[in-house]
Design a protein around this ligand. Structure first.
Ligand code: SF4
Ligand code: SF4
Length: 490
């Protein structure tokens, strides 16, 4: 391979007029987030070639990698196929690299060619249709976790925030009706999530709800494989609950933040008695009873600081199978320092490798790996986006996201109304709340694997749902880097 850059006695590519020239531009937004070099001014002499707007050049493990953010193609540039001079990279049109970039749509012939993958991805977004229902069995909780946005325990528990069996029954019927609004989608995955507060604080309605969902499945009012999840702090389950839960096909999601010291935010209302020992004991008993389990781990600063102890707790103490790491949402209660976003992102990616060795999957990372492997863009990060979720409050009012059950923001109907999400302005707006439609995301290297993070967190920070939430961006970009590193090693 001849030298691509002009040297003494050798022709310069500029003089040959057949090269792709890319000028590195470290100002590009995502380069700061990922810490890679990206660039963009580009042109090819003589031929009407363009660099795709989804093409990014990344420095990964000292390799130059071209990556198509929507089609997930990557091409590693061999040293002999390109040359760097200052902040400009030159690629000869006659090299295999140039051909490979064309084949992978990283180099295109007309701007419009880029519209096709975007249009195809957007076309996957369907009309609003409900697949997930959160039931607020009670707004009350026996704990007062220091980072909890709702903090029900601080106010006096009242009957107003407790769902009755009648409301539960009407709520399950309502969910069934919504599922049947489009029979062509009836058998798509459906999930009922019993939530709170602490659902076991209102066992009567909780068990009534489980029975009611089972009956609806038997009667064909909900799909027979509707998944039931109970999100719990694990401190109110007794042995008879565990026996009873064994007889149902339910999944318990335990909120656990790691070892005892990492879990210091999870306390009783006196604000210092820890709940960790009780929750851990319940988890272990449920596991021994053979109940399906999941863990929701909030990445508090304490959990992040004790990564080794946290992972050891999940791997050895409770022997978890699945878990999900959740960043702390922006709120006025728990303030995190300015390095929090970066440390949380680093925690998730570095933990992934350790957990993988013990066959434990981290849900958020797993979803992104699937997207990357299947090369199908991730449209959304949660079911509220896409207009696919209802949250039913104890009084029967209905909203799109459970986070606003207290102030009823984004609550649009009740279980006693004729509600059709496809006709709701709110649901129609949230239907498109995907990176594929967000201005902030159009020039982001992670647009394909992202899903767009949490709408509520974005809205709290920017008073609009249409901005990117940097806290989630950092995590997504760290995961993408990890995936590309792995892909390149292969
Ligand atoms: S908007 Fe945020 S809080 Fe609401 S369902 Fe989505 S991820 Fe969860
Ligand atoms: S929300 Fe996702 S796609 Fe949008 S800028 Fe952030 S990481 Fe990129």
């Amino acid at each position: 391979m001849r030298c691509l850059v002009g040297g003494v006695g050798k022709p310069r590519l500029e003089q040959l007029g057949c090269y792709l020239q890319l000028t590195l531009n470290p100002e590009r937004v995502c380069s700061k987030k990922v810490g890679h070099t990206l660039y963009f001014k580009n042109y090819v002499m003589n031929k009407p070639h363009l660099l795709s707007r989804y093409c990014f050049l990344l420095d990964i493990d000292n390799k130059k990698v071209f990556y198509h953010a929507l089609l997930f193609h990557h091409v590693v540039a061999r040293g002999e196929d390109y040359s760097l001079r200052g902040n400009t990279i030159f690629i000869d049109e006659r090299t295999p690299l140039f051909e490979e970039l064309k084949q992978n749509k990283l180099i295109i012939e007309a701007k419009e060619e880029d519209d096709e993958p975007l249009a195809l991805s957007r076309a996957k977004i369907q009309e609003p249709y409900i697949s997930t229902a959160y039931f607020f069995v009670t707004q009350n909780c026996n704990l007062a976790c220091k980072y909890c946005f709702e903090r029900q325990s601080e106010t006096e528990n009242s009957h107003k925030g407790v769902m009755t069996c009648e409301t539960m029954e009407a709520g399950v019927d309502f969910f069934g009706k919504l599922a049947r609004l489009d029979m062509s989608r009836f058998n798509e995955k459906k999930t009922v999530i019993f939530y709170g507060g602490e659902p076991f604080h209102n066992k009567k309605t909780l068990y009534f709800g489980i029975d009611k969902v089972h009956s609806a499945m038997k009667e064909g009012l909900l799909p027979e494989n509707t998944k039931i999840i109970i999100v719990t702090n694990g401190t109110l389950l007794n042995d008879s609950d565990i026996q009873r839960l064994k007889s149902y096909d339910v999944t318990l999601t335990f909120s656990l933040d790691g070892d005892e010291i990492s879990s210091k935010n999870r306390v009783y209302p006196d604000m210092h008695t820890p709940s960790w020992a009780q929750a851990t004991q319940s988890y272990v008993k449920c596991r021994e009873a053979g109940i399906n389990l999941n863990v929701a781990c909030t990445l508090s600063p304490e959990t992040i600081a004790r990564q080794a102890e946290t992972l050891s707790y999940f791997i050895h103490t409770i022997k978890a199978d699945n878990l999900g790491f959740n960043v702390i949402l922006d709120n006025d209660i728990l303030h995190v320092d300015k390095n929090y976003d970066d440390s949380a992102a680093a925690f998730v990616t570095s933990s992934y490798h350790v957990l993988e060795r013990h066959n434990i999957t981290e849900n958020r990372t797993r979803r992104r790996i699937q997207v990357f492997d299947k090369k199908h863009p991730c449209l959304f990060d949660c079911n509220a986006t896409g207009g696919r979720q209802i949250a039913i409050a104890p009084d029967g009012s209905v909203g799109i996201c459970h986070e606003h059950v207290m102030d009823k923001k984004h609550f649009v109907s009740t279980i006693y109304d004729d509600f059709d999400p496809a006709k709701s302005e709110k649901y129609r707006e949230w239907k498109n709340r995907s990176p594929l439609y967000m201005d902030d995301c159009q020039s982001c290297v992670a647009i394909g694997i992202c899903g767009g993070g949490c709408v509520i967190n974005t809205e709290r920070k920017y008073q609009t749902i249409w901005k990117a939430d940097v806290r989630f961006c950092k995590q997504t970009l760290a995961i993408l880097t990890m995936l590309l590193k792995k892909a390149i090693q292969k």
